[in-house]
Design a binder for this molecule. Structure first.
Ligand code: ATP
Length: 321
């Protein structure tokens, strides 16, 4: 069992504005373990950034407490600043600086001497493929290059915790792969990673655990495998059809499982695992000569799990009135 790094204890955050108030977090209880990669997943406005900002002591909970290494974060801001690096969505105040300067000076602020800061800056620039723009001002480079510079700023000084808010936004597929690779490498060197993301498919490749947040509440938290075991275990069968043939094929497939979507050229259904091999045979042999283009049968992804948790939550909310 890994040590608990953050303990989030009954945290509620209510933003108050004149006549209006927003409950951004409600009674959240969980802990973040040392050395893990944990993904905070949830739709826009769910309350993820609010939770992270309270973990960083940027804002105070309305109720409850967050402890880092056993101490209330609000009384521990020096340690937080030394050990935790936050990659945020918000524009940085460093944009008038050159790429190289911004990474280097951040390293100096985190306590590196001139030589090591210089060396690490050059290494990060090369690792993040920023060599061509290293002498350009951040405000004069592309959005993706700005994001990579932000990653360099986040990584310099060997923080022991990385809190990354959508680290792959605006990046092309190759750079996204690069950033995930770097995140995995840092984690192997014992860095704890807290990842706020909407990119569930990519997150699934790197996270150890997932916390699902919606409407300010923590809906579930566990390893990807355990979350999958708790939701519908059926396999998803996707059949692509010739345009307009979906209805007749849907009718035929109806007896094999539950149709979850039926569009012009695609029928999706959930089937029991035991039926998979006979359905593969049925579709491959295609004795009725159905206009099937192709098909696949896949286990539930983290994305399916995420939607199922949300659906369950919505049903519970409706039942509760
Ligand atoms: N400073 C603020 N003042 C008032 N309301 C706020 C403030 N910051 C956030 N909120 C509200 O709190 C709720 C949660 O916002 P938060 O930014 O934590 O969500 P999020 O899950 O990070 O969303 P996103 O994925 O869109 O970044 C939203 O309804 C938001 O409008």
């Amino acid at each position: 069992m890994q040590d608990s790094l953050f303990e989030i204890d009954n945290v509620t955050k209510i933003y108050k504005k004149k006549d209006k108030q927003v409950t951004a977090n409600l009674d959240i209880n969980c802990s973040i373990r040392s050395g893990e990669i944990i993904g905070l997943l949830g739709p826009n406005g769910a309350g993820k950034s609010t939770l992270v900002k309270q973990m960083l002591a940027h804002i105070q909970p309305t109720k409850g407490e967050i402890r880092y290494r056993g101490q209330n974060v609000l009384k521990n801001s020096h340690k937080l600043a030394q050990e935790i690096s936050y990659y945020s969505q918000e524009p940085s105040c460093l944009t008038p600086l050159q790429v190289r300067e911004a990474i280097y000076f951040t390293g100096r602020l985190r306590g590196l001497k001139h030589e090591p800061a210089n060396k690490k800056t050059e290494e990060l620039i090369s690792e993040l493929e920023l060599t061509d723009v290293k002498d350009n001002k951040i405000k004069e480079i592309s959005g993706g290059q700005r994001r990579l510079t932000g990653m360099g700023i986040t990584l310099i000084g060997r923080p022991s915790v990385l809190i990354l808010d959508e680290p792959t936004n605006e990046l092309d597929p190759e750079k996204r792969k690069l950033v995930w690779k770097i995140i995995r490498e840092k984690n192997k060197q014992d860095t704890t990673v807290i990842l706020v993301t909407h990119n569930i498919l990519e997150a699934e490749q790197v996270v150890d655990r997932v916390a699902v947040i919606n409407n300010g509440k923590l809906q579930d938290i566990d390893t990807v495998d355990k979350l999958k075991q708790r939701v519908d275990q059926r396999l998803k069968c996707q059949v692509s059809t010739e345009s307009g043939a979906n209805d007749s094929i849907g009718e035929l497939l109806d007896s094999w499982g539950t149709i979850i979507s039926n569009t012009e050229t695609k029928v999706d259904l959930l089937i029991d695992k035991e039926k998979a091999s006979s359905l593969v045979k049925f579709l491959t042999n295609n004795e009725q000569d159905l206009p099937i283009e192709n098909f696949s049968i896949i286990p539930p992804s983290l994305e399916d799990v995420y939607f199922q948790i949300h659906d369950r939550y919505k049903r519970e909310e409706l039942q509760d009135g």
